[in-house]
Ligand binder design. Structure first.
Ligand code: BES
Ligand code: MN
Length: 461
């Protein structure tokens, strides 16, 4: 029987940074860890090449009348930089105070292990379990999953299941399990402004021309109102009102506004229309500056008018906002508002749709919701009550896992998402960690969900 903490630690020791080709060996190492685990569980394992990072597919086949659950995860991680800010090295996992520290412990190596461990336990208890399973573990989530859509399309038949089970989302605390009912979409772009053909002496030429950094600052400043609302006509078209049941769930959040403010260490929130920060991050789109640059960045001073300035922007989208429409709108706005005294070039990066799934028994539950999906939600809730003493809350999240909507569109499957990291887990930041108590709850919930779904297989004798 495998030790799940040991397995996560082995997995984290493989530095699988997908964005940097220097980490190719770490990517291969992470795949090896997965393949060994899956083979030891008796699954059929394939490492499927893609134009970039291979997909690991592990399957338990069975008769067509058995339910089929697809379990999604990603074996890639974000870069560990800035390395000096880690208390202990990023790829040397250690436990402190009930948390396992290391890059990828929370995003996504630990949470996906809850499902791997659950399957291992179930199959050990019942080797004849009437359940088909496919683990779909990709290596490109942190760079926008460029290869996965084509992979899904090419493998439609064997990937088609009743629903997807995954944990790549958040719970507000280790005591309050969350079933995630939505994700924001995303769209990334970059604008580069060019003024003079070369950097200039600011004494010789200063006063004669528009500095591209100034043009960029004015352009960026034009994109929001004073209260933070995105100042682009049409940006909010189609944004849906929040339903009463979702508001009621939001009200169950254990975190107070003041706790959140202190956690962020900011003097005040910046939301528009009287929205709470919890509502704003889940139900509203944003336009965010992720990086800005140009000119001299080194020690001391340099009297220069730079030739170029750039900004990196990402937009978080909510359901019914089409990434292509928003991309066109933002590009058009940047070009229109940029001073004609500098040149502007806009490069568009990856994008993905928002996603929303409605649990059973809600006013807007689709009438044709799959009974297997409904059973999975109900089993998750019942087990969450058992392991944490309180029912889960059903919340949308502000983060993005764009492939979840792609799976819905290409394969027609919805997702059951169990939040297994918390705000303290430092995703994408130094000292990332996994709360081991929450991990254990997640593994129990996953096991209960899979057992309940297997219980829906029609009896054949
Ligand atoms: N696990 C996160 C997404 C997430 C974070 C969901 C917080 C819910 C709450 C995922 O691995 C991630 O970081 N996604 C990226 C998007 C990707 C296209 C780069 C993100 O949200 O920035
Ligand atoms: Mn991530």
């Amino acid at each position: 029987m495998f030790d799940p903490i040991q397995a996560i630690s082995d997995f984290v020791r493989a530095p699988s940074v997908s964005t940097d080709p220097a980490f190719a060996a770490g990517m291969a190492g992470a795949r090896d860890v997965l393949c060994k685990l899956f083979r030891d569980m008796g699954l059929t394992v394939e490492v499927c090449p893609t134009p970039l990072h291979p997909v690991v597919l592990a399957r338990r086949e069975g008769p067509a009348h058995w339910p089929h659950v697809v379990i999604y995860g990603h074996y890639d991680v974000q870069p560990a930089d800035p390395l000096p800010l880690w208390t202990t090295p990023a790829f040397e996992p250690v436990i402190r105070d009930g948390r396992l520290y290391g890059r990828g412990t929370a995003d996504n190596k630990g949470p996906q292990m809850a499902h791997i461990y659950a399957v291992a336990k179930l199959l050990e208890k019942n080797p004849g379990l009437p359940l088909r399973l496919t683990f779909l573990i990709e290596g490109e989530e942190e760079i926008g999953s460029p290869s996965l859509e084509a992979f899904l399309a090419a493998n439609k038949e064997r990937l088609k299941g009743d629903f997807v089970l995954l944990s790549d989302t958040m719970s507000p605390s280790a005591d309050q399990l969350t079933i995630t009912t939505g994700l924001r979409g995303i769209l990334c772009l970059e604008a580069e402004l060019t003024g003079p053909r070369t950097d200039l002496h600011s004494g010789i030429h200063g006063g004669a021309l528009l500095n591209p950094i100034q043009a960029l600052a004015e352009l960026c400043a034009s994109l929001h109102d004073a209260d933070g609302r995105v100042n682009i006509p049409g940006y909010y078209d189609g944004v849906q009102p929040v339903l009463a049941w979702e508001r009621a769930e939001l009200a169950k959040l254990p975190t107070t506004r003041e706790q959140y403010r202190k956690f962020l260490d900011i003097s005040d929130f910046h939301t528009w229309g009287g929205m709470t920060p919890f509502e704003a991050t889940r139900f509203q789109p944003t336009l965010e500056f992720n990086g800005i640059g140009g000119g001299y960045q080194g020690e001391g001073s340099k009297t220069v008018i730079p030739s170029k300035a750039f900004v990196k922007i990402s937009c978080r989208l909510v359901p019914s906002m089409d990434p292509a429409r928003i991309e066109a709108l933002v590009v058009k706005t940047l070009k229109e508002r940029c001073s004609p005294k500098v040149k502007i070039e806009v490069k568009c990066g990856h994008s993905g749709n928002a996603y929303r799934v409605v649990p059973p028994d809600r006013p807007d539950t689709p009438a044709d919701q799959s009974p297997v999906l409904a059973a999975a939600f109900r089993a998750a809730e019942a087990e969450a009550v058992k392991v944490s003493g309180n029912p889960p809350i059903y919340l949308r999240e502000g983060g993005s896992v764009p492939i979840i909507d792609t799976i819905r569109r290409t394969l027609g499957m919805d997702s059951v998402m169990l939040g297994l990291f918390t705000p303290e887990c430092n995703l994408h930041a130094p000292d990332e960690s996994l709360h081991l108590g929450l991990f254990a709850k997640g593994a129990a919930v996953s096991e209960a969900v899979l057992a309940a779904v297997a219980g829906m297989a029609p009896r054949t004798n």
